[in-house]
Ligand binder design. Structure first.
Ligand code: NAP
Length: 240
């Protein structure tokens, strides 16, 4: 389910900006995470990837985040890119109706798509360079209340909406002590990855490499005044 066709042939539409030099990609085993890590490396950035599959990082487990980040102590990154998240959790497909709500599944969505992001910010700010440094997290246009015309997929939508609120609220707080910090929620487009495989149609789908290039372009163009925002892969603001 997508609320609109996302894909254009061009890049992010933004050019210039501040090149990323040292990046930490969380969820580097995923379709978009791997593509972002690869694209940043191709641009000459020093990239550290962390994933559940390869490194045992479970972002729903605070102790696991602390262990993984503890091993990076002393390093400073100008980008923390959170590409973790999920749509079908424990084999439960997105709900088509309110009648299909399963409280356990909804809780699992909030743990992965919302609470985990708060924990990554809580422990990740220590790894962010004191100057310009971006925490970018993959949200979804489906999180937008203003853009929701189709309904359905309540747990995923609601958890991503909560993620946006977490990012917006943390950005307000961080601006007081870290004026160079930029926290942003990003919609990647509709991208061909394992997450979308059961739902997508070719006409609506971007490649992971294409999405990565666009997202990096958006991130490089962000300024501290943009912190707390919700952007799509073209750099355009998405309605809350
Ligand atoms: N693809 C799209 O069209 C699209 C559209 C809108 C938003 N998004 C968002 O973009 C993000 C990435 O999606 P994708 O398409 O790249 O999906 P994907 O290929 O399925 O990748 C998901 C990633 O999340 C990681 N992950 C899941 N649960 C985790 C946990 N508890 N702890 C640590 N890592 C965990 C997976 O790790 P392992 O594989 O190592 O287990 C994997 O790296 C998601 O947040 C998704 O909601 C995607």
């Amino acid at each position: 389910m997508t609320d609109r066709v996302e894909i254009t042939a061009s890049g992010s539409g933004k050019s210039g900006g501040t090149p990323i030099k040292r990046a930490l990609v969380l969820g580097s085993s995923g379709g978009i995470g791997a593509a972002v890590a690869r694209a940043l490396e191709q641009r000459g950035a020093d990239v550290t990837g962390l994933s559940r599959r390869d490194d045992g990082l479970d972002v729903t487990d605070e102790a696991s985040i602390q262990r993984a980040f503890g091993r990076l102590q002393g390093k400073q990154f100008d980008l923390l890119f959170n590409a973790t998240g999920g749509l079908i959790l424990n084999g439960v497909a997105p709900e088509k109706t309110i009648g299909a709500i399963d409280p356990q599944n909804m809780t699992a969505h909030f743990a992965l798509n919302a609470t985990a992001v708060a924990l990554l910010i809580k422990h990740g700010t220590a790894l962010m360079s004191p100057g310009r440094a971006v925490f970018a997290s993959l949200s979804a246009r489906l999180a937008s209340v203003g853009d929701n015309r189709l309904g359905g997929w309540i747990s995923y939508r609601a958890a991503k909406t909560a993620q946006n609120q977490i990012i917006h609220t943390a950005a307000i707080e961080l601006a007081r002590t870290r004026p160079g910090a930029i926290l942003v929620a990003l919609h990647p487009g509709t991208v061909a990855t394992p997450l979308t495989a059961p739902f997508r149609t070719a006409a609506q789908t971007d490649t992971a490499a294409g999405a990565a290039a666009r997202l990096i372009g958006v991130i490089e163009g962000l300024e501290p005044a943009d912190s707390g925002g919700f952007r799509d892969q073209h750099g355009d603001t998405v309605a809350w």
